[in-house]
Ligand binder design. Structure first.
Ligand SMILES: *Cc1c(COP(=O)(O)O)cnc(C)c1O
Length: 335
């Protein structure tokens, strides 16, 4: 596989470290847990969107765009990373923020990612919950065009076949790291939302014949819908890369039992996971994605889903900035 065929800007700090989580593994008495540190991608406190943006922003620049338009929930980590790289490249950045969590909590509406979006000079536009946010970007693009600008639209989470190349790249990187240190990876577990991360990983491992099963822990959609989204995108990525044989549907697996009350709504499992990672590993998860992903991982470990000697890698997709938007959730839940 030859990713260099596609335009790419290099601003992520790569490769991200692959580290053992000895203390947490001991505490759970379970398999050998590892963490792939994509919270350390280097851009504006890091996270998984940075890998996608290397390919998306290269495409934007190649097309001569001067304005980036994207969208997400109010505390979108994708928006924050997009705002940062747009600032660095001297591009205007407009972010449509959907009030998906429907709260009037001041920390949620103004702190965390929102504070950083503003620092990076992004223009933030609020939208009510429930609309099709990718469609909502169209009139904004038209407005930019009529003002003489050249807009480039990035879908929610940067999840299209261009952005997903960032996670094909991660699959190559992780396979190489595992081979270099003689580490057999039995499972890769991560939080899955807009599907680009999982679609890229599945496609990358398939193309490399790595045989590393990927388990996405859902944070929003039910299982059938989430797997369909990931599978459809993976097929498009495989087509773009001309992966022989395409994607086997059975390689796309999501567990959506840990969503709780809905997207961005705290759960007890999330609170416990954030605390366990903090207190055993000094790692910061986030309330919306990696916290729920880790809650799923911890619960499956406790249920005996993995063998004692399995090596399980948790892909840390970042998002700790969001903790500051959920101050009350953690103040109340702390023990
Ligand atoms: C966006 C995001 C995810 C989910 O990745 P997708 O590619 O949208 O599925 C996971 N964790 C964090 C912290 C994120 O910001």
């Amino acid at each position: 596989m030859h990713l260099a065929r596609f335009p790419r800007l290099h601003f992520a700090h790569l490769p991200t470290p692959l580290e053992p989580m000895e203390s947490l593994s001991r505490a759970l008495g379970g398999p050998r847990l590892w963490v792939k540190r994509d919270d350390c991608t280097g851009l504006a406190t890091g996270g998984n969107k940075t890998r996608k943006l290397e390919f998306l922003m290269a495409d934007a620049v190649a097309r001569g765009a001067d304005t980036i338009i994207t969208q997400g929930a109010v505390q979108t980590n994708h928006g924050r990373q997009t705002a940062a790289i747009a600032a660095k490249l001297g591009l205007r950045c407009i972010i449509l923020l959907e009030n998906r969590v429907e709260t009037d909590d001041e920390d949620y509406l103004k702190n965390g990612n929102v504070l950083l979006d503003r620092l990076f000079g992004a223009e933030l536009r609020p939208y009510p919950a429930g609309g099709d946010m990718n469609v909502a970007m169209e009139p904004v693009a038209e407005e930019v065009r009529s003002g003489g600008g050249k807009p480039y639209l990035i879908p929610g989470g940067g999840s299209n076949e261009t952005g997903a190349l960032g996670y094909v790249n991660c699959a190559i990187e992780l396979t190489y790291q595992a081979n270099e240190r003689g580490l057999r990876i039995d499972h890769l577990v991560h939080a899955t939302g807009s599907a680009g991360t999982q679609a890229g990983l599945v496609t990358g491992f398939e193309a490399l014949n790595s045989h590393i099963p990927v388990l996405g822990i859902g944070v929003r959609a039910p299982k059938a819908k989430q797997e369909e989204n990931v599978y459809n995108l993976a097929c498009r990525v495989a087509e773009k890369l001309e992966v022989r044989g395409g994607i086997d549907r059975s390689k796309v697996v999501a567990n959506c039992d840990y969503v709780g009350g809905g997207y961005g709504v705290p759960t007890d499992g999330m609170r416990e996971a954030v605390q366990l990672f903090a207190r055993h590993e000094g790692l910061l998860l986030d309330p919306v994605y990696s916290g729920k992903g880790a809650a799923g991982l911890i619960d499956l470990v406790r249920k005996g889903q993995f063998s004692r000697n399995d090596n399980i890698v948790f892909l840390h997709t970042g998002g700790a900035t969001g903790l500051f938007a959920y101050r009350q959730t953690f103040e109340r839940g702390m023990n």
